[in-house]
Design a protein around this ligand. Structure first.
Ligand SMILES: C[S@@+](CC[C@H](N)C(=O)[O-])C[C@H]1O[C@@H](n2cnc3c(N)ncnc32)[C@H](O)[C@@H]1O
Length: 220
């Protein structure tokens, strides 16, 4: 089951999906295949995928980064939204989970756009920066280990051009960020990042109750 948006009941969500969702059949197939896996709940919802695809097109993105790919569903939406010569660099530590998505990337005709790096994302991002890639990217989606988010955000900010967009997933963390008694390492990391971003003048900001909470940060 993919994560649903806050404050919207099932009947209204059904209406929303019936009147706006344009999920490509191959993405629906990947979502169905992922639903059989134990950690399927980590996958973004189809409406969030469609929103991210729209954002990628709205900013004219050609080069994108994803941090946390899992079975490749969000990557599929982003890759489909990129132009034919666009490129998506995917970071994940699991060769097993990402392998699930590869046949669907092939079937969708986007496998050639995706460069999957199996390594801790922080290492991949630092390698890109060391290779002089600062300012070379247009879009980034952060959806991996929550305690790593701040480090990913800082690196993505350097890797993006001015006008580039960062999407940060799970910023509401099931509501735990708003419950002071909840103090897991993940909750504390997300709460601290949300607090920092609120006053981060380097970006224009919006926190949306989409999925498990999606922050959009547009680099100034
Ligand atoms: C929430 S899932 C990503 C879901 C995916 N964006 C989607 O919508 O289908 C998080 C992923 O982050 C990966 N991950 C966890 N720690 C990581 C790290 N240090 N570096 C890179 N990837 C990591 C996990 O293997 C997992 O596939």
């Amino acid at each position: 089951m993919s994560r649903r948006s806050w404050g919207i009941d099932e009947k209204v969500r059904r209406y929303l999906l019936d009147h706006s969702l344009r999920e490509p059949p191959v993405a629906a197939e990947l979502r169905a295949a992922t639903a059989k896996l134990p950690h399927a709940g980590m996958q973004i919802s189809p409406e969030q995928g469609q929103l991210m695809a729209l954002l990628v097109q709205a900013i004219g993105a050609r080069r994108a980064i994803e941090i946390g790919t899992f079975t490749g569903y969000s990557a599929l939406w982003v890759a489909l939204a990129l132009p034919a010569d666009g490129r998506l660099l995917c970071c994940d530590v699991s060769a097993e989970w990402t392998a699930v998505g590869k046949p669907y990337w092939q079937k969708a005709g986007v496998a050639g756009k995706i460069d999957l790096r199996i390594a801790p994302a922080i290492e991949t991002l630092d390698r890109l920066l060391a290779a002089g890639q600062a300012g070379a990217y247009d879009f980034a989606f952060i959806d991996a280990d929550k305690t790593g988010y701040d480090g990913y955000y800082e690196r993505c900010l350097r890797l993006l051009r001015p006008g580039g967009l960062i999407g940060i997933d799970n910023v509401l963390w099931g509501g735990d960020v708003a419950e002071p008694k909840k103090r897991s390492a993940d909750t504390l990391a997300l709460r601290a990042l949300n607090k920092k971003l609120h006053h981060d003048e380097r970006v224009a900001l919006s926190m949306l109750p989409v999925g498990d909470g999606l922050t959009l940060a547009l680099k100034r």
